[in-house]
Write a protein that binds this ligand. Structure first.
Ligand code: G3H
Length: 252
């Protein structure tokens, strides 16, 4: 295993009932996984399920919110502020997910501002980037990723609490996982971009995780790629399979 601790996030998206959340937590609590010296695990329930998960989930898993507002608490109906998350003891937030970029229209500039605000308030940020199928077919994969990273790099200086999640949009929820070669190629390009535009230290230490149809059947192979430092898992994080994905940390 390299210097970067393997990181596995489970993004539950807009899913769950009290019953299903209790059942999933029970499954996760009974699972055998490597120690926290080997893998860092985060799960991201809906905001309203967070207290239930916080009170019942094993303590070697942390919690991430699925979004946060770009400013502090105030007259922002429907939003959650970083201050509220910090007050609740939530250490992580997912920002820039392609579903929010596409469905809500969040721009890379807004995501950069949110990243800055959340980092300043002490949250860790799981920053999602990735290209659409059209962009990949046009040979623009890296250009798109760099374009999404650049506004963030312009606004933040401390990358120690940033995890970059490379999630090709065409692989999310489709069952079309990127091959280890495709993912490794883009992860290496992202790391090279960090070395060029930020610093060699940040490039060497920042975790770049892969998301997009990760499952128990492909995570071991993906984990062996040198620049894949973990996963952001959607559908499979709602199933016992998530434990197998976490255990792929031992293959890294
Ligand atoms: O945040 C997770 C990603 O959107 C991946 O979702 P998926 O594993 O269902 O493809």
């Amino acid at each position: 295993m390299g210097a970067r601790k393997f990181f596995v996030g489970g993004n539950w998206k807009c899913n769950g009932t009290i019953k299903s959340v209790e059942s999933l937590v029970d499954t996760l609590n009974k699972g055998e996984i490597p120690g926290t010296d080997v893998v860092e695990v985060v799960v991201s329930p809906t905001a309203v399920h967070i207290p239930l998960v916080q009170s019942s989930l094993r303590k070697d898993f942390a919690i991430a919110a699925q979004n946060a507002w770009v400013k502090g608490s105030g007259a922002y109906t429907g939003e959650l502020s970083a201050e509220i998350l910090v007050d609740l003891g939530i250490p992580w937030v997912i920002l820039g997910h392609s579903e929010r970029r596409a469905l809500i229209g969040e721009s890379s500039e807004l995501i950069a501002d949110k990243s800055k605000y959340c980092l300043d308030k002490g949250l860790g940020v799981i920053l999602c980037i990735g290209e659409s199928l059209e962009e990949r077919e046009a040979g623009k994969t890296f250009e798109v990723c760099a374009g999404q990273l650049a506004p963030v790099a312009a606004k933040i200086s401390d990358w120690s609490k940033v995890v970059i999640a490379y999630e090709p949009v065409w692989a999310i929820g489709t069952g079309k996982v990127a091959s280890p070669e495709q993912a490794q190629e883009t992860h290496a390009e992202i790391r090279g971009w960090l070395a060029d535009k930020v610093s060699a230290d940040v490039a060497a230490s920042t975790r770049i995780i892969y998301g997009g149809s990760v499952s128990a059947s492909n995570s071991d192979t993906l984990a062996t790629a040198p620049d894949i430092d973990g996963f952001l898992v959607g559908g499979a994080s709602l199933k016992p399979d998530f434990l197998k994905v976490i255990n792929s940390a031992t293959k890294a």
